[in-house]
Design a binder for this molecule. Structure first.
Ligand SMILES: *Cc1c(COP(=O)(O)O)cnc(C)c1O
Length: 239
């Protein structure tokens, strides 16, 4: 059986190869381990193999793991959809939030961020696929939301995030990553100080790297197929 350490190494090799293909320095691409549905032992195994950044999608499940792994200085990212009644616990327990898609959520996170912690590092999520089921702000409204987020005292806007529609057609997939990158460049030209383009998952990290991703969020390629039945001790997936 392939171990988490082996899979992690294979993902790093994929990132390095993809970077080389387009003349980028692999060091400029950060690897976030998307660990939803995995028990704490799997995250610990990844940590022991050198992984320090983990992303969780569901608050209750994430909190269980943050507690179970409190002995490790993990950098925790919240990468799931955010409901307003969860903002306080997210602001208190995570270092980063990737899914900012409306003012109300951003404001609540800023208000709830404890003064004892550094500002919450955030990305605005953009709906690049146009699917109505996907969260994220419309591309035309990103600049307005970015301006709002930048003014909030306890948030630091780092960049943009997207979960593009997975398509078998590579060109269509790349178009979505390209669209996110173009919005990113436009915002920088408008004067926003951004360094994070969070895009690319197990199936499509090569395309994302080719289009400028600075952070790829990888789950199944590191941990293996997800177990959808969540053990009781991981808490409820309901948000
Ligand atoms: C699950 C998840 C990932 C990782 O997906 P894989 O296909 O397993 O690599 C990345 N980003 C988000 C927002 C996710 O929910």
């Amino acid at each position: 059986m392939t171990s988490i350490a082996d899979r992690l190494q294979a993902v790093k090799t994929r990132i390095a190869d993809a970077a080389k293909q387009c003349g980028r320095d692999p060091q400029t691409i950060q690897l976030l381990a998307a660990s939803k549905t995995n028990p704490p032992e799997n995250l610990r195994a990844a940590w022991e193999a050198g992984q320090t950044v983990f992303g969780e999608n569901y608050l209750q499940e994430g909190l269980v793991k943050i507690k179970a792994l409190a002995d490790l200085p993990i950098e925790w990212h919240f990468i799931g959809p955010i409901q307003s009644n969860k903002t306080k616990l997210i602001a208190e327990n995570f270092a980063w939030v990737h899914g900012i898609d409306r003012e109300k959520i951003a404001n609540r996170l800023s208000v709830a961020r404890p003064d004892t912690l550094p500002p919450l590092q955030v990305c605005v999520q953009v709906n690049v696929s146009g699917e109505i089921t996907k969260s994220g702000v419309d591309p035309e409204k990103v600049a307005e939301l970015a301006a709002y987020v930048s003014e909030l005292p306890r948030l630091q806007l780092r960049g943009l995030m997207a979960v593009p529609e997975l398509t078998a057609v590579t060109a269509l997939q790349r178009e979505q990553f390209q669209q996110l990158r173009e919005i990113f460049e436009q915002l920088k030209q408008l004067g926003f100080n951004l360094d994070t383009l969070s895009m690319g998952m197990s199936e499509d990290l090569e395309n994302a790297v080719a289009e400028g991703a600075t952070m790829v969020r990888i789950g199944t390629a590191i941990f293996g197929p997800r177990r959808y039945a969540i053990p009781e001790e991981l808490g409820s997936r309901q948000q």
